[in-house]
Write a protein that binds this ligand. Structure first.
Ligand code: SF4
Length: 305
């Protein structure tokens, strides 16, 4: 490549990085505003695993804090689970270089999980349960008012599909919730951010990534398969993942089947037209297109049969 081409490539890369930065900050800011994730005086414990998502979360939160309308503190926390080969010096070195207050919690959950889960079975459910309990305790000890996790848009959608496909429940991953022990508010400021953007941001910012599959149990997870599936869809029909996320924010209980959410048993005709109401007989997306030639009313004899 000659010098003018080099200069053009550098300019283009800088332009793309700037665009990506603006999108990330806008989407995180939007999620924070939409779900009222951050309030004045908050101390936000950012859980840092060493993966691209949590690095990006911390990075964007640090920069948003500089222009946020409210004051809040950030403390980064990493749980060193003593997985073999975990490079314990990487995160402290990075966090010191960023001037972020941090805490490394060392707990050998890896050995506990290995002891209790037979070889070949997935370790994730016990591992994450142990991790959750430890992080809640650390949040309490640090006086954190919020716990921020690095789950992103694709995680939210994949979780919803996993719950549908394998759990028979319409349940996603919330952007904000109260922890299962009732004591903490957990936030997911990356809820609107595409994983591919986080990947590009991690490369651009050259985060010192620690491989996330050190425990070697990730390759067979349903999560990995469903993620692959939605990315295949996205390639074929761009915009589907965003649409699924949007759908999670536009739920219509009267058009689902949860009798606890909508009083199907007692509904009555009101006699009043509803412009946004159902057009029951027109909405059959799986039926072939109806042409008048195809519509044939059954004869009385056919009806009796
Ligand atoms: S992938 Fe590894 S570290 Fe993550 S939850 Fe599963 S067992 Fe634990």
């Amino acid at each position: 490549m000659n010098a003018p081409q080099d200069a053009a490539a550098v300019k283009k890369a800088a332009f793309e990085a700037n665009k990506l930065s603006k999108r990330l900050h806008r989407q995180v800011g939007q999620a924070i505003a939409d779900f009222n994730m951050v309030e004045a005086g908050d101390k936000i414990m950012v859980c840092l695993s060493g993966g691209k998502d949590s690095y990006a979360l911390l990075d964007v939160l640090l920069s948003l804090r500089e222009r946020a309308p409210v004051d809040f503190d950030i403390v980064a926390v990493n749980l060193d689970q003593k997985q073999p080969g975990f490079p314990a010096d990487v995160l402290p070195a990075y966090l010191k270089s960023r001037g972020v207050p941090f805490h490394i919690e060392e707990q050998d959950t890896y050995s506990i999980v290995k002891q209790h889960i037979p070889e070949g079975q997935t370790m994730c459910s016990l591992c994450s349960r142990l991790r959750r309990g430890i992080l809640y305790r650390v949040a309490r000890e640090l006086g954190a008012t919020k716990i921020a996790l690095g789950h992103h848009r694709d995680d939210m959608v994949v979780t919803m599909l996993i719950n549908m496909f394998f759990g028979g429940r319409l349940k996603g991953m919330p952007a904000k919730l109260v922890s299962d022990n009732g004591q903490h508010v957990v936030i997911r400021p990356l809820a609107y951010v595409a994983e591919s953007d986080l990947q590009r941001w991690a490369e651009h910012r050259q985060f010192p990534i620690i491989p996330c599959s050190l425990c070697g149990s990730q390759t067979n997870l349903q999560r990995v398969q469903v993620k692959q599936m939605i990315h295949d869809w996205e390639r074929q029909y761009p915009g589907r993942i965003d649409n699924m996320l949007r759908a999670m924010g536009h739920v219509v209980p009267s058009h689902l089947m949860d009798r606890n959410l909508y009083p199907f048993a007692t509904i009555q005709a009101t006699g009043v037209a509803d412009a946004s109401g159902d057009i029951a007989f027109d909405e059959e997306p799986c039926a072939p297109p109806i042409s008048t030639a195809m519509v044939q009313w059954p004869t009385p004899r056919e009806q009796e049969a």
